[in-house]
Design a protein around this ligand. Structure first.
Ligand SMILES: NC(=O)C1=CN([C@@H]2O[C@H](COP(=O)(O)OP(=O)(O)OC[C@H]3O[C@@H](n4cnc5c(N)ncnc54)[C@H](O)[C@@H]3O)[C@@H](O)[C@H]2O)C=CC1
Ligand SMILES: O=C(O)[C@H]1O[C@H](OP(=O)(O)OP(=O)(O)OC[C@H]2O[C@@H](n3ccc(=O)[nH]c3=O)[C@H](O)[C@@H]2O)[C@H](O)[C@@H](O)[C@@H]1O
Length: 436
Protein backbone atom coordinates (compact mmCIF):
# COMPACT_ATOMS: atom_id res chain seq x y z
CA UNK A 1 0.00 0.00 0.00
CA UNK A 2 1.07 3.63 -0.43
CA UNK A 3 1.23 5.55 2.80
CA UNK A 4 2.00 9.14 3.81
CA UNK A 5 2.91 10.02 7.38
CA UNK A 6 2.57 13.70 8.29
CA UNK A 7 4.87 14.58 11.24
CA UNK A 8 8.01 12.59 11.95
CA UNK A 9 8.38 12.85 15.72
CA UNK A 10 8.47 9.68 17.80
CA UNK A 11 5.15 8.38 16.63
CA UNK A 12 5.45 9.39 12.97
CA UNK A 13 8.91 7.94 12.61
CA UNK A 14 8.06 4.65 14.29
CA UNK A 15 4.76 4.39 12.38
CA UNK A 16 6.38 5.14 9.03
CA UNK A 17 9.32 2.79 9.57
CA UNK A 18 7.21 -0.09 10.90
CA UNK A 19 4.67 0.26 8.09
CA UNK A 20 7.51 0.15 5.53
CA UNK A 21 8.83 -2.98 7.24
CA UNK A 22 5.78 -4.97 6.12
CA UNK A 23 6.24 -3.96 2.48
CA UNK A 24 4.35 -0.68 2.20
CA UNK A 25 5.72 2.33 0.31
CA UNK A 26 5.98 5.11 2.89
CA UNK A 27 6.71 8.81 2.52
CA UNK A 28 7.19 10.76 5.76
CA UNK A 29 6.78 14.52 5.68
CA UNK A 30 7.83 17.09 8.27
CA UNK A 31 7.94 20.89 8.35
CA UNK A 32 11.27 20.78 10.17
CA UNK A 33 13.65 20.91 7.22
CA UNK A 34 16.75 20.16 9.29
CA UNK A 35 15.14 16.98 10.53
CA UNK A 36 14.12 15.98 7.00
CA UNK A 37 17.63 16.62 5.72
CA UNK A 38 19.07 14.52 8.53
CA UNK A 39 16.73 11.61 7.75
CA UNK A 40 17.40 11.89 4.03
CA UNK A 41 21.08 11.47 4.93
CA UNK A 42 20.17 8.30 6.81
CA UNK A 43 20.46 9.74 10.33
CA UNK A 44 17.86 9.03 12.99
CA UNK A 45 16.83 12.14 14.94
CA UNK A 46 15.75 10.17 18.04
CA UNK A 47 17.19 7.42 20.23
CA UNK A 48 14.87 4.43 20.17
CA UNK A 49 16.18 0.88 20.62
CA UNK A 50 15.71 -1.31 17.53
CA UNK A 51 14.54 1.52 15.28
CA UNK A 52 17.86 2.21 13.57
CA UNK A 53 18.08 -1.24 12.00
CA UNK A 54 14.59 -1.03 10.51
CA UNK A 55 15.10 2.60 9.49
CA UNK A 56 18.22 1.81 7.45
CA UNK A 57 16.86 -1.42 6.01
CA UNK A 58 13.72 0.25 4.69
CA UNK A 59 15.57 3.26 3.32
CA UNK A 60 18.09 0.97 1.59
CA UNK A 61 15.34 -1.18 0.14
CA UNK A 62 13.57 1.89 -1.24
CA UNK A 63 10.39 1.69 0.83
CA UNK A 64 10.95 4.62 3.22
CA UNK A 65 11.34 8.22 2.02
CA UNK A 66 11.44 11.67 3.61
CA UNK A 67 10.36 15.04 2.30
CA UNK A 68 9.32 18.47 3.48
CA UNK A 69 6.83 18.78 0.63
CA UNK A 70 3.30 17.80 1.69
CA UNK A 71 1.96 17.68 -1.89
CA UNK A 72 4.68 15.22 -2.91
CA UNK A 73 4.10 13.07 0.18
CA UNK A 74 0.36 12.63 -0.26
CA UNK A 75 0.04 12.65 -4.06
CA UNK A 76 -0.13 8.87 -4.44
CA UNK A 77 -0.92 7.88 -0.87
CA UNK A 78 -4.04 5.81 -0.22
CA UNK A 79 -3.78 6.40 3.50
CA UNK A 80 -2.50 9.59 5.16
CA UNK A 81 -1.48 9.32 8.84
CA UNK A 82 -1.45 12.48 10.95
CA UNK A 83 1.24 12.03 13.63
CA UNK A 84 1.32 15.65 14.69
CA UNK A 85 1.77 17.20 18.13
CA UNK A 86 -1.28 17.83 20.31
CA UNK A 87 0.35 19.77 23.16
CA UNK A 88 -1.62 21.20 26.05
CA UNK A 89 -3.12 24.59 25.28
CA UNK A 90 -3.16 27.34 27.92
CA UNK A 91 -6.27 25.87 29.59
CA UNK A 92 -5.00 22.24 29.61
CA UNK A 93 -7.12 21.08 26.65
CA UNK A 94 -5.34 19.54 23.65
CA UNK A 95 -4.16 22.10 21.09
CA UNK A 96 -5.59 20.90 17.78
CA UNK A 97 -4.07 23.62 15.62
CA UNK A 98 -1.41 21.29 14.08
CA UNK A 99 -3.95 18.60 13.24
CA UNK A 100 -6.65 20.91 11.87
CA UNK A 101 -4.06 23.01 10.02
CA UNK A 102 -2.69 19.92 8.29
CA UNK A 103 -6.24 18.74 7.47
CA UNK A 104 -6.88 22.06 5.73
CA UNK A 105 -3.61 21.84 3.76
CA UNK A 106 -4.40 18.25 2.75
CA UNK A 107 -7.93 19.22 1.65
CA UNK A 108 -6.44 21.74 -0.75
CA UNK A 109 -4.19 19.11 -2.34
CA UNK A 110 -6.13 15.85 -2.71
CA UNK A 111 -7.54 14.76 -6.06
CA UNK A 112 -8.76 11.24 -5.31
CA UNK A 113 -10.22 9.19 -2.40
CA UNK A 114 -7.99 9.29 0.67
CA UNK A 115 -8.24 7.76 4.10
CA UNK A 116 -7.08 10.36 6.61
CA UNK A 117 -6.06 8.80 9.90
CA UNK A 118 -5.36 10.49 13.23
CA UNK A 119 -2.48 8.76 15.02
CA UNK A 120 -2.08 11.77 17.26
CA UNK A 121 -3.87 11.60 20.60
CA UNK A 122 -6.93 13.80 20.07
CA UNK A 123 -10.02 14.54 22.17
CA UNK A 124 -13.46 13.14 21.42
CA UNK A 125 -15.03 14.99 18.53
CA UNK A 126 -11.78 15.73 16.67
CA UNK A 127 -12.68 13.43 13.74
CA UNK A 128 -15.85 15.51 13.35
CA UNK A 129 -13.78 18.71 13.38
CA UNK A 130 -11.40 17.30 10.74
CA UNK A 131 -14.40 16.25 8.65
CA UNK A 132 -15.84 19.77 8.89
CA UNK A 133 -12.51 21.27 7.70
CA UNK A 134 -12.31 18.81 4.78
CA UNK A 135 -15.93 19.37 3.82
CA UNK A 136 -15.28 23.09 3.63
CA UNK A 137 -12.17 22.81 1.46
CA UNK A 138 -12.58 19.86 -0.90
CA UNK A 139 -15.15 18.10 -3.04
CA UNK A 140 -13.03 14.95 -3.29
CA UNK A 141 -14.19 11.81 -1.41
CA UNK A 142 -12.39 10.92 1.81
CA UNK A 143 -12.82 9.07 5.10
CA UNK A 144 -11.59 10.22 8.49
CA UNK A 145 -10.39 7.42 10.77
CA UNK A 146 -9.27 7.47 14.39
CA UNK A 147 -6.41 5.03 14.98
CA UNK A 148 -4.79 5.88 18.32
CA UNK A 149 -1.25 4.76 19.04
CA UNK A 150 -0.42 2.86 22.23
CA UNK A 151 3.35 2.46 21.81
CA UNK A 152 5.71 3.18 24.69
CA UNK A 153 8.99 5.00 24.14
CA UNK A 154 11.93 2.68 24.65
CA UNK A 155 10.01 -0.35 23.32
CA UNK A 156 8.20 1.48 20.53
CA UNK A 157 9.22 -0.86 17.70
CA UNK A 158 8.09 -3.97 19.53
CA UNK A 159 4.86 -2.29 20.61
CA UNK A 160 4.11 -1.29 17.01
CA UNK A 161 5.09 -4.59 15.43
CA UNK A 162 3.34 -6.74 18.06
CA UNK A 163 0.56 -4.59 19.48
CA UNK A 164 -1.76 -5.84 22.25
CA UNK A 165 -4.58 -4.50 20.11
CA UNK A 166 -5.19 -2.13 17.21
CA UNK A 167 -8.10 0.26 17.59
CA UNK A 168 -9.71 1.52 14.39
CA UNK A 169 -12.48 4.07 14.70
CA UNK A 170 -14.57 4.46 11.57
CA UNK A 171 -17.97 3.52 10.25
CA UNK A 172 -16.82 3.97 6.61
CA UNK A 173 -16.73 0.47 5.06
CA UNK A 174 -14.11 1.27 2.42
CA UNK A 175 -11.75 2.80 4.98
CA UNK A 176 -12.35 -0.06 7.39
CA UNK A 177 -11.36 -2.58 4.71
CA UNK A 178 -8.18 -0.67 3.77
CA UNK A 179 -7.12 -0.24 7.40
CA UNK A 180 -7.81 -3.92 8.08
CA UNK A 181 -5.57 -4.93 5.16
CA UNK A 182 -2.82 -2.55 6.26
CA UNK A 183 -2.75 -3.90 9.80
CA UNK A 184 -3.24 -7.59 8.95
CA UNK A 185 0.50 -8.40 9.26
CA UNK A 186 0.58 -6.97 12.78
CA UNK A 187 -2.19 -9.12 14.24
CA UNK A 188 -0.34 -12.38 13.69
CA UNK A 189 0.18 -12.71 17.46
CA UNK A 190 -3.56 -13.28 17.72
CA UNK A 191 -4.20 -9.91 19.27
CA UNK A 192 -7.28 -8.28 17.80
CA UNK A 193 -8.15 -5.32 15.65
CA UNK A 194 -11.03 -3.66 17.45
CA UNK A 195 -13.32 -1.69 15.17
CA UNK A 196 -15.53 1.00 16.62
CA UNK A 197 -16.91 4.46 15.93
CA UNK A 198 -14.58 7.46 15.88
CA UNK A 199 -15.67 8.94 19.23
CA UNK A 200 -15.24 5.69 21.15
CA UNK A 201 -11.82 5.23 19.55
CA UNK A 202 -10.71 8.75 20.48
CA UNK A 203 -11.85 8.25 24.07
CA UNK A 204 -10.21 4.79 24.28
CA UNK A 205 -6.78 6.40 23.97
CA UNK A 206 -7.35 8.90 26.79
CA UNK A 207 -9.01 6.26 28.95
CA UNK A 208 -6.00 3.92 28.52
CA UNK A 209 -3.38 6.53 29.43
CA UNK A 210 -5.47 7.94 32.27
CA UNK A 211 -6.12 4.49 33.72
CA UNK A 212 -2.39 3.69 33.70
CA UNK A 213 -1.61 7.05 35.31
CA UNK A 214 -4.27 6.28 37.94
CA UNK A 215 -2.58 2.98 38.75
CA UNK A 216 0.72 4.81 39.28
CA UNK A 217 -0.75 7.57 41.46
CA UNK A 218 -2.64 4.95 43.48
CA UNK A 219 0.57 3.01 44.13
CA UNK A 220 2.42 6.20 45.00
CA UNK A 221 -0.20 6.92 47.66
CA UNK A 222 0.10 3.35 48.95
CA UNK A 223 3.88 3.90 49.14
CA UNK A 224 3.43 7.10 51.13
CA UNK A 225 1.08 5.29 53.50
CA UNK A 226 3.56 2.40 53.81
CA UNK A 227 6.17 4.80 55.15
CA UNK A 228 3.76 6.07 57.81
CA UNK A 229 2.54 2.67 58.99
CA UNK A 230 5.78 0.67 58.66
CA UNK A 231 4.80 -1.47 55.66
CA UNK A 232 6.88 -2.16 52.53
CA UNK A 233 5.41 -1.11 49.17
CA UNK A 234 7.40 -3.79 47.32
CA UNK A 235 5.68 -6.47 49.35
CA UNK A 236 2.27 -4.86 48.91
CA UNK A 237 2.87 -4.58 45.15
CA UNK A 238 3.75 -8.24 44.88
CA UNK A 239 0.85 -9.14 47.10
CA UNK A 240 -1.74 -7.36 44.98
CA UNK A 241 -0.10 -7.84 41.56
CA UNK A 242 -0.48 -11.59 41.69
CA UNK A 243 -4.24 -11.12 41.53
CA UNK A 244 -4.93 -11.35 37.80
CA UNK A 245 -7.73 -8.81 38.10
CA UNK A 246 -5.13 -6.24 39.18
CA UNK A 247 -2.10 -7.40 37.17
CA UNK A 248 1.62 -7.07 37.85
CA UNK A 249 2.43 -4.18 35.54
CA UNK A 250 2.39 -0.44 36.18
CA UNK A 251 2.36 -0.84 39.95
CA UNK A 252 5.81 0.63 40.60
CA UNK A 253 5.87 3.58 42.97
CA UNK A 254 8.50 6.22 42.41
CA UNK A 255 8.83 9.95 41.83
CA UNK A 256 5.67 10.40 39.75
CA UNK A 257 4.83 9.76 36.12
CA UNK A 258 6.43 11.96 33.46
CA UNK A 259 6.88 11.86 29.71
CA UNK A 260 5.24 13.64 26.83
CA UNK A 261 1.89 11.93 27.25
CA UNK A 262 0.58 10.94 30.68
CA UNK A 263 0.72 14.45 32.17
CA UNK A 264 -0.84 16.11 29.12
CA UNK A 265 -3.41 13.39 28.40
CA UNK A 266 -4.74 13.13 31.96
CA UNK A 267 -5.08 16.89 31.99
CA UNK A 268 -6.78 16.94 28.57
CA UNK A 269 -9.28 14.24 29.58
CA UNK A 270 -10.15 16.15 32.75
CA UNK A 271 -10.66 19.23 30.58
CA UNK A 272 -12.85 17.35 28.06
CA UNK A 273 -14.92 16.03 30.97
CA UNK A 274 -15.30 19.53 32.39
CA UNK A 275 -16.43 20.79 28.97
CA UNK A 276 -19.10 18.07 28.99
CA UNK A 277 -20.04 19.38 32.45
CA UNK A 278 -18.76 16.24 34.13
CA UNK A 279 -16.57 16.56 37.21
CA UNK A 280 -14.08 13.66 36.79
CA UNK A 281 -13.01 13.51 40.46
CA UNK A 282 -10.59 10.57 40.13
CA UNK A 283 -8.53 12.33 37.43
CA UNK A 284 -8.19 15.49 39.49
CA UNK A 285 -6.82 13.41 42.36
CA UNK A 286 -4.43 11.54 40.03
CA UNK A 287 -2.88 14.84 38.91
CA UNK A 288 -2.71 16.24 42.45
CA UNK A 289 -0.96 13.10 43.73
CA UNK A 290 1.53 13.25 40.86
CA UNK A 291 2.41 16.88 41.60
CA UNK A 292 3.12 15.94 45.22
CA UNK A 293 5.08 12.80 44.28
CA UNK A 294 7.45 14.72 42.02
CA UNK A 295 8.63 16.67 45.07
CA UNK A 296 8.77 13.80 47.53
CA UNK A 297 12.45 12.99 47.09
CA UNK A 298 13.51 16.60 47.61
CA UNK A 299 11.41 16.66 50.79
CA UNK A 300 13.30 13.60 52.01
CA UNK A 301 16.64 15.20 51.15
CA UNK A 302 15.65 18.45 52.84
CA UNK A 303 14.57 16.64 55.99
CA UNK A 304 17.82 14.66 56.15
CA UNK A 305 19.90 17.87 56.04
CA UNK A 306 17.69 19.70 58.55
CA UNK A 307 16.17 21.96 55.88
CA UNK A 308 19.43 23.50 54.63
CA UNK A 309 20.75 22.42 51.23
CA UNK A 310 22.94 25.47 50.62
CA UNK A 311 26.41 24.43 49.45
CA UNK A 312 25.53 20.74 49.27
CA UNK A 313 26.60 18.81 46.19
CA UNK A 314 24.37 16.08 44.81
CA UNK A 315 25.18 13.35 42.32
CA UNK A 316 22.24 12.42 40.10
CA UNK A 317 21.96 9.16 38.21
CA UNK A 318 19.27 9.34 35.53
CA UNK A 319 17.66 12.32 33.79
CA UNK A 320 15.34 10.79 31.17
CA UNK A 321 11.69 10.39 32.21
CA UNK A 322 12.24 6.63 32.04
CA UNK A 323 15.01 4.26 30.86
CA UNK A 324 15.81 3.42 27.22
CA UNK A 325 14.95 6.87 25.95
CA UNK A 326 16.63 10.27 25.62
CA UNK A 327 13.26 11.96 26.12
CA UNK A 328 13.17 14.45 29.01
CA UNK A 329 9.70 15.88 28.46
CA UNK A 330 8.08 16.27 31.93
CA UNK A 331 10.92 14.21 33.41
CA UNK A 332 10.72 14.17 37.24
CA UNK A 333 14.50 14.75 37.27
CA UNK A 334 14.03 18.27 35.87
CA UNK A 335 11.65 19.22 38.69
CA UNK A 336 14.02 17.77 41.29
CA UNK A 337 17.07 19.56 39.86
CA UNK A 338 15.15 22.82 39.78
CA UNK A 339 14.25 22.49 43.49
CA UNK A 340 17.82 21.58 44.48
CA UNK A 341 19.34 24.50 42.58
CA UNK A 342 16.77 26.92 44.01
CA UNK A 343 17.93 25.93 47.49
CA UNK A 344 21.58 26.66 46.72
CA UNK A 345 22.81 23.10 46.06
CA UNK A 346 24.97 22.03 43.10
CA UNK A 347 24.41 18.99 40.90
CA UNK A 348 26.64 16.64 38.89
CA UNK A 349 24.58 14.32 36.71
CA UNK A 350 24.97 11.31 34.46
CA UNK A 351 22.45 9.75 32.09
CA UNK A 352 23.34 7.24 29.34
CA UNK A 353 21.31 9.09 26.64
CA UNK A 354 19.49 12.18 27.87
CA UNK A 355 22.36 14.56 28.78
CA UNK A 356 22.43 16.47 25.46
CA UNK A 357 18.68 17.11 25.71
CA UNK A 358 18.96 18.32 29.32
CA UNK A 359 21.86 20.55 28.34
CA UNK A 360 19.64 22.02 25.64
CA UNK A 361 17.08 23.02 28.28
CA UNK A 362 19.05 24.01 31.41
CA UNK A 363 22.52 24.45 29.90
CA UNK A 364 25.43 24.56 32.33
CA UNK A 365 23.42 25.07 35.48
CA UNK A 366 24.56 21.56 36.40
CA UNK A 367 27.67 19.52 35.58
CA UNK A 368 27.43 16.56 33.19
CA UNK A 369 29.85 13.68 33.65
CA UNK A 370 31.25 11.21 31.11
CA UNK A 371 30.36 8.19 33.18
CA UNK A 372 28.25 7.44 36.22
CA UNK A 373 30.95 7.22 38.92
CA UNK A 374 32.52 10.57 38.02
CA UNK A 375 29.28 12.24 39.18
CA UNK A 376 29.85 10.86 42.70
CA UNK A 377 33.20 12.55 43.27
CA UNK A 378 32.93 14.70 46.39
CA UNK A 379 29.12 14.59 46.42
CA UNK A 380 27.22 14.68 49.71
CA UNK A 381 24.69 12.15 48.45
CA UNK A 382 23.55 10.18 45.40
CA UNK A 383 20.01 10.59 44.02
CA UNK A 384 18.82 7.83 41.67
CA UNK A 385 16.12 9.24 39.39
CA UNK A 386 15.83 6.88 36.38
CA UNK A 387 16.02 3.09 36.53
CA UNK A 388 18.57 2.54 33.73
CA UNK A 389 20.05 -0.99 33.90
CA UNK A 390 23.56 0.40 34.47
CA UNK A 391 22.42 1.84 37.79
CA UNK A 392 20.89 -1.41 39.07
CA UNK A 393 24.02 -3.19 40.27
CA UNK A 394 26.60 -0.51 41.02
CA UNK A 395 30.01 -1.08 42.55
CA UNK A 396 29.18 -0.19 46.16
CA UNK A 397 32.87 0.03 47.09
CA UNK A 398 33.26 2.78 44.50
CA UNK A 399 30.18 4.51 45.85
CA UNK A 400 31.72 4.44 49.31
CA UNK A 401 35.10 5.74 48.20
CA UNK A 402 33.85 8.50 45.88
CA UNK A 403 30.92 9.94 47.84
CA UNK A 404 31.70 12.35 50.67
CA UNK A 405 29.14 10.50 52.78
CA UNK A 406 27.45 7.11 52.32
CA UNK A 407 24.01 8.58 51.60
CA UNK A 408 21.65 7.41 48.84
CA UNK A 409 18.15 8.67 48.00
CA UNK A 410 16.59 6.23 45.57
CA UNK A 411 13.52 7.45 43.66
CA UNK A 412 13.12 4.15 41.83
CA UNK A 413 13.57 1.52 44.59
CA UNK A 414 16.48 -0.14 42.79
CA UNK A 415 18.52 -1.45 45.70
CA UNK A 416 18.08 -4.29 48.09
CA UNK A 417 17.55 -2.97 51.62
CA UNK A 418 19.62 -5.77 53.19
CA UNK A 419 22.51 -5.05 50.83
CA UNK A 420 22.41 -1.38 51.81
CA UNK A 421 22.38 -2.32 55.51
CA UNK A 422 25.37 -4.63 54.96
CA UNK A 423 27.26 -1.82 53.19
CA UNK A 424 26.43 0.64 55.97
CA UNK A 425 24.63 3.26 53.87
CA UNK A 426 21.97 5.75 54.87
CA UNK A 427 19.37 4.67 52.32
CA UNK A 428 16.01 6.32 51.72
CA UNK A 429 13.73 5.02 48.95
CA UNK A 430 10.00 5.22 48.21
CA UNK A 431 7.51 3.41 50.44
CA UNK A 432 10.15 1.20 52.07
CA UNK A 433 12.05 1.13 55.32
CA UNK A 434 14.57 3.97 55.82
CA UNK A 435 17.91 2.65 57.04
CA UNK A 436 21.03 4.18 58.48
N1 LIG B 1 5.62 10.04 22.03
C1 LIG B 1 4.90 8.97 22.28
O1 LIG B 1 5.39 8.00 22.86
C2 LIG B 1 3.47 8.89 21.86
C3 LIG B 1 2.81 9.99 21.35
N2 LIG B 1 1.47 9.89 20.98
C4 LIG B 1 0.79 11.05 20.39
O2 LIG B 1 1.27 11.22 19.05
C5 LIG B 1 1.31 12.62 18.71
C6 LIG B 1 2.70 13.00 18.25
O3 LIG B 1 3.58 12.80 19.33
P1 LIG B 1 5.18 12.79 19.14
O4 LIG B 1 5.52 11.94 17.99
O5 LIG B 1 5.74 12.49 20.48
O6 LIG B 1 5.41 14.33 18.76
P2 LIG B 1 6.75 15.09 18.40
O7 LIG B 1 6.60 16.45 18.94
O8 LIG B 1 7.91 14.23 18.77
O9 LIG B 1 6.72 15.17 16.79
C7 LIG B 1 5.85 15.89 16.02
C8 LIG B 1 6.48 16.19 14.66
O10 LIG B 1 5.52 16.87 13.85
C9 LIG B 1 6.21 17.86 13.08
N3 LIG B 1 5.25 18.83 12.57
C10 LIG B 1 4.63 19.84 13.22
N4 LIG B 1 3.77 20.47 12.40
C11 LIG B 1 3.84 19.85 11.20
C12 LIG B 1 3.19 20.02 9.96
N5 LIG B 1 2.26 20.97 9.78
N6 LIG B 1 3.52 19.21 8.94
C13 LIG B 1 4.45 18.25 9.10
N7 LIG B 1 5.08 18.02 10.26
C14 LIG B 1 4.79 18.81 11.30
C15 LIG B 1 7.25 18.39 14.03
O11 LIG B 1 8.30 19.04 13.33
C16 LIG B 1 7.70 17.09 14.73
O12 LIG B 1 8.77 16.48 14.03
C17 LIG B 1 0.82 13.36 19.95
O13 LIG B 1 -0.56 13.58 19.83
C18 LIG B 1 1.08 12.37 21.08
O14 LIG B 1 0.20 12.56 22.17
C19 LIG B 1 0.79 8.71 21.06
C20 LIG B 1 1.41 7.58 21.53
C21 LIG B 1 2.79 7.57 21.97
O1 LIG C 1 0.44 7.99 24.71
C1 LIG C 1 1.62 7.82 24.89
O2 LIG C 1 2.50 8.61 24.58
C2 LIG C 1 2.14 6.59 25.55
O3 LIG C 1 2.25 6.89 26.97
C3 LIG C 1 2.78 5.84 27.77
O4 LIG C 1 4.11 5.49 27.32
P1 LIG C 1 5.42 6.32 27.74
O5 LIG C 1 5.04 7.73 28.09
O6 LIG C 1 6.40 6.07 26.66
O7 LIG C 1 6.01 5.65 29.04
P2 LIG C 1 5.50 4.66 30.18
O8 LIG C 1 6.34 3.45 30.15
O9 LIG C 1 4.04 4.46 30.15
O10 LIG C 1 5.88 5.49 31.48
C4 LIG C 1 5.26 6.75 31.74
C5 LIG C 1 5.71 7.28 33.08
O11 LIG C 1 5.15 6.50 34.14
C6 LIG C 1 6.18 6.10 35.05
N1 LIG C 1 5.83 4.77 35.61
C7 LIG C 1 5.50 3.74 34.80
C8 LIG C 1 5.14 2.52 35.33
C9 LIG C 1 5.12 2.33 36.72
O12 LIG C 1 4.80 1.24 37.26
N2 LIG C 1 5.45 3.38 37.50
C10 LIG C 1 5.81 4.60 37.00
O13 LIG C 1 6.09 5.55 37.77
C11 LIG C 1 7.46 6.08 34.22
O14 LIG C 1 8.60 6.21 35.04
C12 LIG C 1 7.23 7.25 33.30
O15 LIG C 1 7.63 8.46 33.92
C13 LIG C 1 1.91 4.59 27.60
O16 LIG C 1 2.47 3.52 28.35
C14 LIG C 1 1.77 4.20 26.14
O17 LIG C 1 0.88 3.09 26.01
C15 LIG C 1 1.23 5.41 25.36
O18 LIG C 1 1.13 5.12 23.98
Amino acid sequence: MKIAVVGTGYVGLVTGTCLAETGNQVICVDINQNKVKMMQEGKLPIYEPGLELLFHRNINQGRLHFTSNLAEAIAEAQIIFLALPTPPGGDGSADLSYVLGAAKDIAGLITDYKVIVTKSTVPVGTADKITAVLEQHTKVEYAVVSNPEFLREGVAVEDFMKPDRIVIGTLDERARKLMGELYAPYVRQGNPIIYMDQRSSELTKYAANSFLATKISFMNEIANLCELVGADVDMVRRGIGSDERIGRRFLFSGIGYGGSCFPKDVQALAKSAAEAEYDFKVLNAVMEVNDIQRKILVQKVRKYYGGDLKGKKFAIWGLAFKPETDDIREAPALYIIDELLKEGATVAAFDPEAMPNVKGVIGDKITYTKEQYEALEGADALLVLTEWSVFRTPDFDKLESLLKAKVVFDGRNLYDIQKMIDCGFYYNSIGRKVIG
